[in-house]
Design a protein around this ligand. Structure first.
Ligand code: MCN
Length: 821
């Protein structure tokens, strides 16, 4: 646990400051988008498709238009010439098929929840009531729900104008890419081969604040308030999609209550709200209900992973072959196609794997579109490699930790270029692992496991390991360019020294729960030698922070934080000239420390940076030719990703009679480089763990055979509560990144990426004596019970859509479908 520091501090970086922003965030003293009210504002309600796949043959809006308070009703036909397509900015291959995505369906619907019509009324209730007065005739088309079926010849097409349901195939092969050995050779010469099929179930980001958008047109100008993670990108995309001159468009992300990737895309609802506001020339507001959010905000994960690992009998891994089917849902969202592709760089994880192949196929189905969800591609990859390392250990009769130690990159081998082509700058897997094992009291737990096994205790104990790394701090712009992403990965900052010595910092990052106002102020306080309380962060409004690329991919500190450092250094450089003039000294003779310029060798001859700021304001006595400003801007493009890593260990008790699982102990030692604020780091890890554990044990978006989401409320979509989670033991090691001047690595997704395989490895470990070698996530009591008792799978996901196919893959190491061997 991190002790909270309230005492005045001198060095801010590394202090566990309580978050500045929480005072207003958690006491309701803020304005969430849905709390906004503008004079004359109208309210929108959206009619959503009840059909997964159907032609729209007629829409009658007459009755709705006559209802009390209704101002207008629009359908896709009304906007078809101006709505453009909901943008996708990541054409991962030159031949990627993007069938287009109307904000409002015009002739066909392709998933339940798609927008079909919009009612505009004086109140929200009137708008919602009037939805009943819209009559839509649908001509049903067959739903497309199973990815493997979807790409077979003769499958019904989601989009009738495409040739198949495959959007793209993205391949990588180490031999051919010049990064390693040929995979075919590794496969043919393998002494040991283990194959598995893992299913990444569909998840829902389920942020706390539902999405909301307010639009105010004013002459040619449009202001959009949105619960978005990406105000800057949204501005560019709305300008391009709707043809609004960018300079006339202002986007504001007020305080945003969580996103987890779920507020990255440009949404149909944002586009519809702008279209309606401009058409009526009135301010409008749209706020989704929780069920609308679960049904139509994008989903995450949803992959079928076929993975083969080869090794020598002594445990040396020789090759890794990965084939993914990734469900895009009905449409390609902003970065949806790129999400599984990011995983291509992470399957090899912390291991020195000489040969590697990765092929990903992006598939259309008639389900809610998918896009980034916390970790985006990296949790999926980490899960597959960490699960199959355990299966390989069983096949080899080796201890799973020993297998990992044998294959991981040793700390003296950094920087290390992996088979996937990334160069990991720094890491120390040995230290993090040793610390985690000690905290876990691993050997004691192994002894207890043996006792329970010997005694045939109905409650068995399982131990799971996840030694992970991830790539975050997205990202060097040239790397994003080489992956065909539509934007760069830089970040921007400005620092304004106010005459009274206070500081305004403008960032292009756009926090939605991460604590930037606190951590970024700590960086500036240290760099400029000012009080932490005197630093104010400005963000999330394209008028006051015009340049930026926003918050996702755990990039804000490792990219945005460094832009701030660069801007602060420029402030100091500019201030130094003026300080030298005031001190009548040579610039080269000045030192800067603790917020003061002093003349080397002349004690007492000093001037504070705040005095310089005041001198600049007065501008009475500045050196000739020097502008009256020490404010500075900087844009920073990272030279590499950041590679946090860590060791997560989980002990799970599994009741073999009821199938109930209980996490008994969870220890994680994370290495995020230099810690800026340990309390925030701990909070991020805790939240991340909750989401990763939720994938392992609780959450799944399930569709029935007609394509209806059957987990469309929080009664059915089982988000864990605090009562479902253990008390975590979180610790850190500190191996600074060498790619940035603060030595920082991201932390926002680490807990989610690492924890899912740690938990599932523990559950499977508990049940090995019963011949169980896999269980499909989430490991619900029913699934666990069936695995133990050898019953056929027939629970909810399989009973519904058989979305993931029915057959097991051939395996030397045991069954792949969660059954008993
Ligand atoms: N930090 C630190 N020292 C480090 C690393 C990080 O003090 N060595 C602090 C940072 O200053 C920042 C926080 O930890 O305050 C997270 O930093 P970073 O890893 O840079 O991640 P981002 O700020 O870019 O946040 C994005 C990340 C992602 S991708 C998801 S998804 C996610 C997450 O953050 N969604 C969140 N954390 C979330 N937390 C909340 N409350 N809500 C979400 O929606």
């Amino acid at each position: 646990m991190t002790a909270v520091e309230d005492a005045p501090v001198t060095a801010e970086i590394g202090k566990a400051r309580r978050r500045k922003e929480d005072a207003h965030l958690i006491t309701g003293r803020t304005t969430w988008t849905d709390n906004m009210s503008l004079p004359g504002m109208l309210h929108l309600a959206i009619l959503r498709s009840p059909m997964a796949h159907a032609k729209i043959t007629a829409i009658d809006t007459t009755e709705a238009k006559g209802r009390t308070g209704v101002v207008a009703v629009f359908t896709g036909q009304d906007f078809k010439d101006v709505q453009g397509d909901v943008p996708c900015a990541w054409p991962v291959t030159p031949d990627m098929v993007n069938p287009g995505a109307p904000a409002m369906a015009v002739t066909q619907v392709n998933h339940v929840g798609e927008c079909v019509a919009v009612v505009v009324a004086r109140t929200k209730v009137e708008a919602q009531d009037a939805l009943e007065g819209i009559d839509v005739d649908y001509e049903p088309l067959p739903p497309v729900l199973n990815m493997e079926e979807a790409i077979k010849d003769g499958s019904p097409l989601v989009h009738g104008h495409t040739e198949s349901n495959r959007s793209y195939t993205w391949p990588f092969e180490s031999g051919a890419a010049g990064t390693g050995a040929p995979i075919e050779q590794a496969l043919s010469e393998a002494e040991v081969t283990v194959k598995r099929r893992f299913i990444q179930q569909r998840l829902i980001p389920a942020f706390m604040e539902p999405r909301s958008v307010v639009v105010q047109p004013s002459g040619d100008n449009v202001t959009v308030w949105s619960t978005t993670q990406i105000p800057h990108i949204l501005r560019v995309m709305l300008a391009l999609t709707l043809g609004i001159p960018e300079q006339k468009l202002r986007v504001i992300a007020p305080d945003v209550g969580g996103g987890f990737g779920g507020k990255i895309p440009v949404t149909p609802e944002e586009i519809i709200s702008v279209l309606v506001a401009r058409r009526l020339n009135k301010p409008v507001k749209y706020t989704e209900s929780r069920s609308e959010s679960l049904m139509s905000a994008h989903h995450g994960r949803d992959q079928i992973q076929d993975i083969t690992i080869t090794a020598k009998r002594d445990g040396t891994v020789t090759g890794l072959d990965v084939h993914l089917l990734a469900d895009m849902g009905a449409y390609l969202r902003l970065v949806g196609p790129g999400v599984p592709v990011l995983g291509a760089f992470m399957f090899n994880a912390i291991y020195k794997i000489p040969a590697y192949r990765f092929v990903c196929e992006g598939i259309f189905t008639t389900k809610t579109p998918t896009d980034a969800y916390r970790g985006a591609g990296r949790p999926e990859a980490t899960y597959a490699i960490e699960r199959i390392m355990d299966e390989l250990a069983v096949e080899l009769g080796m201890d799973p930790m020993e297998l990992r130690r044998k294959n991981w990159i040793k700390h003296e081998e950094f920087p290390f270029t992996t088979v996937a082509g990334l160069t990991y700058d720094s890491g120390n897997y040995e230290t993090a692992t040793d610390k985690a094992l000690e905290l876990m009291r691993w050997d004691e737990l192994r002894a207890e496991q043996k006792r329970r096994r010997d005694a045939k205790d109905p409650v068995q104990l399982g131990l799971g390991i996840s030694t992970f790394t991830e790539m975050c701090g997205l990202a060097p712009s040239r790397v994003l360019g080489s992956l065909d992403y539509g934007a760069g990965g830089w970040e921007h900052a400005s620092i304004r020294m106010l005459p009274t010595g206070k500081v305004e910092v403008v960032t292009g990052a756009s926090p939605h729960g991460q604590g930037h106002e606190t951590a970024f102020a700590q960086i500036v306080a240290d760099r400029l030698g000012v009080a932490w309380e005197d630093v104010e962060l400005i963000h999330g409004d394209t008028a006051s922070s015009p340049r930026g690329l926003d918050t996702y991919g755990s990039r804000s500190l490792a990219v945005g934080g460094i832009a701030i450092v660069k801007a602060a250094d420029k402030v100091i450089e500019k201030a130094k000239k003026i300080a030298a003039h005031l001190l009548e000294a040579n610039e080269d003779d000045l030192d800067f420390a603790g917020g003061k310029f002093s003349v080397k060798g002349s004690p007492g001859s000093e001037v504070g940076i705040a005095d310089v700021a005041l001198a600049v304001f007065a501008a009475h006595n500045l050196p000739d030719g020097v502008e009256p400003s020490i404010d500075s801007d900087a844009a920073y493009d990272p030279e590499n990703f950041s590679f946090p890593h860590g060791t997560h260990l989980c002990a799970v008790e599994v009741d073999t009679e009821t199938g109930m699982t209980k996490i008994r102990r969870y220890v994680c030692v994370d290495d995020v480089g230099t810690p800026i604020n340990p309390l925030i780091i701990e909070g991020q890890v805790h939240g991340g763990l909750a989401q990763g554990i939720a994938q392992a044990l609780f959450e799944e978006a399930v569709f029935d055979e007609s394509g209806n989401l059957t987990t469309g409320t929080f009664v059915d979509y089982t988000l864990p509560s605090a009562a479902d989670l253990p008390s975590f033991t979180t610790e850190r090691t500190e191996t600074p990144a060498t790619s940035n001047p603060l030595g920082v690595k991201g932390v926002g997704e680490a807990g989610t990426i690492a924890s899912t395989p740690a938990v599932m490895n523990a559950v499977v470990d508990a049940l090995r004596p019963f011949g169980v070698s896999d269980i499909q996530m989430p490991a619900t009591p029913e699934r666990v019970w069936r695995a133990v008792h050898g019953a056929e799978h027939s629970d909810r996901a399989e009973a519904g859509t058989t979305a993931y196919g029915g057959s097991s893959t051939d395996s030397k190491g045991g069954r792949t479908d969660g059954g008993t061997a």
